[in-house]
Design a binder for this molecule. Structure first.
Ligand code: G6P
Length: 609
């Protein structure tokens, strides 16, 4: 959740490199930020509550320079987001500074022990114990001290330690929280994700759980818990720096919404086989025997990815004829695991780092299920935990509210449905027809984006509302959930998504002339049913906003506002109907003066339970 950056080199000032990294990582957490640099005379630390810009202003007013350093942007778990609790944390002597992502589960016990032996704590965080453990640890080198300290630690960490005594050295450790090394020319970087260092290098080393890495300007090496040297591959990041820059857009969220014709295309690229009417998904690594064994599919995911999973249920059941259940990863992992080899467990995650989804995968694997991932971030923990899967290739998603990942997840699920269907009940002719329709999606997404001026005008009308209801049926019920989630997370307006017919069993009591009710109602086999639900809302004075498709007539005059997306096969429609909902949430949030890319209390990547 927090962002970590480290730099060791000596050829240039570490502070601007660290600050740039923090700015790139701010989407991971943004309640406080800090740096510690080493300039040959010891460590200098600066840390402040608030955004990275507050730290940057402070460093401009009173500069600090260094040859190496560490930095952190925080999303608070233990201790309020104030100056004191911001990272880096120091030991009693100020010789060791630590930045940490994760949770030290035995922090209270360690703190009590350390206080008994005379250590003085200055923060309420769990992370501070790490600095005191290093201070207390035996060993002559920083890596020896870190290895000895970690032997006492239970919980998860991605961490970097710097010492006042070892001028050009960083020690990095990983267990359960992502950290990677950036390999430069005579300089090395550390980051919790690649976007922090992309401006400096594209060569990265993903650390495994249990790894400890030592970085100096002369090189790096990776150790295991017994200090044996490990070999880790160097990977290449294939994003461009532009992918993580605003490129003229006012917000990442709007940029990412507008990128969707290209990102959906990118998920599909090279995977549609028109002659056979199927999909090429080599990365799945499913053998004919694996496929034949599948009797059920269980999807595990969180947040927007869980909504994509609900859409996936409709797609997979229709195309592949395999029963699907969709689980909140956080609930699934604590239930009795009744899966077995006949269940394909699909984990969906944009970041590939969501802790609950990762643990759900491990639980399914322990129960003998065949597990595959649908993941955006290449090299992420979930991607590496799964023996195969489908990468989204949607590029980095920076806006905290997920948008382009959602449409790419659905595109990937359509490909999977096609692939499993063609190995099952789906005829070649039906597959070929679907391939043609899927290939048309990027252009249809472009048409849906052309609704933006209408959506902006609608946002003006609706931005003062206190509550919203989003209703849909079938494959568009999850789109209603996603539309409501987008609105509440970035505009802080209360919004509820519901199956349109189920609304009669409760939420209809809320409907009056002040309640905007958004119906997701493109053409399809439940369209007429949704119109009946619209009647029920209209009869109670609700204001109806209909997301419908071209060719659907005037909706019997029921809707106060209509937004028409292009028509397409029903199972593909969520890729189009969600677009006006993303834009509506975005424009309402902007009109209400909200910080769209960094909504309060949220984090992009939830790496704690
Ligand atoms: C957080 C993000 C959401 C995201 C969810 C799951 O809550 O704010 O946008 O949908 O985590 O993340 P994942 O990376 O696993 O898709």
């Amino acid at each position: 959740m927090c962002g970590i950056v480290g730099y060791v080199g000596g050829q240039r000032d570490a502070t601007p490199v660290l600050l740039e990294g923090l700015r790139r990582l701010e989407y991971r957490g943004y309640d406080s930020a800090g740096i510690a640099v080493q300039n040959g005379r010891g460590l200098t630390t600066r840390k402040l509550a608030g955004r990275v810009q507050a730290l940057a202003d402070s460093l401009e007013a009173l500069p600090v320079h260094g040859e190496s350093g560490i930095a952190h942007t925080r999303w608070a778990t233990h201790g309020a987001p104030n100056d004191r609790n911001a990272h880096p944390h120091l030991d009693c002597t100020g010789r060791f500074a630590v930045v940490h992502n994760g949770i030290i589960e035995n922090a209270d016990a360690l703190r009590t022990l350390l206080e008994r032996s005379g250590h003085r704590f200055t923060t309420e965080t769990d992370s501070e114990v790490l600095a005191h453990l290093v201070e207390e640890a035996p060993g002559t080198t920083l890596e020896a001290k870190v290895l000895a300290s970690l032997a006492h630690v239970q919980g998860t960490y991605g961490l970097v330690v710097i010492s006042a005594q070892e001028r050009h050295k960083l020690v990095v450790a990983r267990r359960g929280s992502p950290v990677l090394l950036g390999i430069g020319d005579g300089e090395y970087l550390v980051a919790s994700d690649a976007s922090a260092i992309l401006g400096h290098t594209r060569s990265v080393v993903y650390l495994n759980d249990g790894d400890v890495a030592v970085l100096t300007p002369d090189g790096y090496h990776v150790l295991d818990a017994e200090a044996r040297v490990q070999v880790r591959a160097v990977d290449r990041i294939d994003w461009d720096v532009e992918a993580i820059e605003l490129g003229g857009y006012p917000h990442f969220m709007l940029k990412e919404i507008c990128e969707q014709p290209e990102t959906v295309c990118s998920t599909l690229r090279g995977r549609l086989l028109s002659a056979d009417g199927t999909a090429r998904l080599n990365g799945l690594h499913l053998t004919a025997e694996d496929r034949a064994a599948i009797r059920r599919i269980t999807i595990v995911a969180c947040g927007t990815s869980w909504h994509a999973g609900l859409v996936g249920r409709e797609i997979l059941e229709e195309l592949a004829g395999i029963p699907v259940q969709v689980e909140y990863a956080s609930e699934y992992r604590y239930r009795p695991q009744l899966e077995g080899p006949a269940t394909l467990t699909l984990a969906i995650s944009q970041s590939g780092e969501t802790a609950d989804t990762l643990e759900a995968i491990r639980a399914a694997q322990a129960a003998g299920s065949c597990v595959r991932g649908i993941v955006n971030v290449v090299g992420s923990t979930i991607a590496r935990q799964c023996p195969g899967g489908i990468y989204l290739h949607a590029g980095p998603e920076i806006g905290v509210a997920s948008t382009k990942a959602f449409t790419s997840q659905i595109a990937a699920l359509v490909l999977l449905g096609l692939y499993l269907g063609r190995h099952g009940k789906l005829s070649r002719a039906a597959g070929q027809d679907l391939v043609t329709r899927i290939a048309a999606l990027p252009d249809l997404v472009r048409c849906a984006l052309a609704l933006e001026p209408q959506v902006r005008a609608l946002a003006q009308e609706l931005s003062g509302a206190q509550n919203f209801l989003y209703l849909g049926r079938g494959v568009n019920f999850p789109v209603a959930l996603e539309g409501a989630l987008k609105l509440k997370e970035i505009s802080y307006i209360h919004a509820e998504g519901y199956p349109a017919a189920e609304m009669k069993h409760g939420p209809i009591a809320l409907v009056d002339e002040r309640m905007p009710v958004v119906f997701v109602a493109p053409g399809g086999h439940v369209y007429e049913k949704v119109l009946s639900n619209m009647q029920e809302v209209k009869a109670r004075g609700g204001r109806i906003i209909a997301i419908t498709s071209e060719g659907n007539g005037d909706l019997h005059g029921l809707a106060d506002y209509q937004l028409r997306v292009p028509s397409c096969p029903e199972i593909l429609s969520p890729i189009l109907t969600v677009i006006p909902l993303q834009l509506l949430a975005y424009h309402i949030a902007v009109l209400r003066g909200c910080d769209v890319d960094r909504p309060r209390n949220l984090a992009k990547s939830v790496t704690v339970e």
